[in-house]
Design a protein around this ligand. Structure first.
Ligand code: VGL
Ligand code: ZN
Length: 197
């Protein structure tokens, strides 16, 4: 039974100075580096959008942080961020990537956002991560990264629903916190049996 560390979206655009900066997003990097050796596998994700992505407010003639209805449900519209190959899409330079066994890129389909490391926001298109973990006998995952209430949250909820023993190191995450999204995430985690510390 193996234990994987899932490091979600520790990218320049989610750190101070980035286009969708999360307060103190860069403050978690050294703590994440410090725990990498405690895991059998280390998996990183990168939000990786084309410039015409439908989750960008600029492509919808709408204001950032407003919500629209997509065929798959409500979608928050974001400032342009993590455009494939841009500086903002790069992993934070201090993050130790030497230990990474796998880097998953998500959000490439212009018509569907992808918060979770496991499924796109249509909740059916898989990223392949579940297959990777299953084939390597991983039964337990610990999540860290950005942002607590979006990509970490969606990834943790999918993980527990897929049957992984799931733990979030909240001290190694930082949140966007739109309209109570952080409190909502924490109560959902309690209800689902996701551990936190
Ligand atoms: C994220 C909003 C849009 C995240 C990604 O990494 O939490 N949030 N894209
Ligand atoms: Zn995104």
């Amino acid at each position: 039974m193996k234990h994987a560390l899932l490091i979600i979206d520790v990218q320049n655009d989610f750190c101070p100075g980035g286009s969708l900066a999360v307060t103190d997003g860069d403050q978690i990097v050294s703590g994440i580096n410090d725990i990498m050796n405690d895991f059998d596998y280390v998996i990183l994700t990168q939000d990786w959008h084309p410039a015409n992505h439908s989750s960008f407010a600029s492509n919808q003639n709408a204001d950032p942080f407003s919500v629209i209805d997509m065929p798959y449900g409500p979608q928050v519209l974001w400032p342009d961020h993590c455009i494939q190959g841009s500086f903002g899409s790069a992993l934070h330079e201090d993050l130790n990537t030497t230990r990474a066994d796998l880097i998953i890129r998500k959000g490439q389909n212009p018509g569907v956002d992808s918060y979770s490391a496991f499924f796109e926001n249509d909740r059916t298109t898989a990223t392949g991560l579940h297959g990777y973990l299953t084939e390597r006998s991983v039964s337990k995952v610990t999540l860290v990264g950005l942002a607590t209430d979006y990509c970490v949250n969606f990834s943790a909820q999918d993980a527990v629903k897929l049957g992984y023993e799931t733990h979030v190191r909240i001290d190694l995450c930082r949140a966007i916190d739109l309209d109570g999204s952080l409190d909502q995430a924490r109560s959902d985690w309690n209800a689902l049996g996701i551990g936190t510390s």
